[in-house]
Design a protein. Structure first.
Length: 79
């Protein structure tokens, strides 16, 4: 398993402190948005050559830890 702390950090001076891939201005949010829009890992790596597979895996590891720590928005159930 990839240790996301080696790949992701937050700096208040960059993208308003959003979590980003170290050494880039590519946010975790952007990577997740690309996936939600149907991009594949190959699409992302091709379009963002500064990224490596480990960076993408770290994004999902970070997301998993956030969910485990309940750092998410509750989903309201429809009535």
């Amino acid at each position: 398993m990839v240790d996301w702390k080696e790949h992701i950090h937050s700096d208040p001076e960059v993208l308003l402190g959003k979590p980003i891939i170290k050494g880039t201005r590519i946010s975790v949010e952007l990577i997740l948005e690309l996936y939600s829009n149907g991009w594949t890992t190959d699409d992302i790596l091709e379009s963002y050559p500064t990224l490596e597979l480990e960076n993408i895996l770290a994004t999902f590891s970070y997301l998993k830890d956030c969910i485990q720590q309940e750092l998410f928005f509750p989903i309201k159930q429809a009535s």
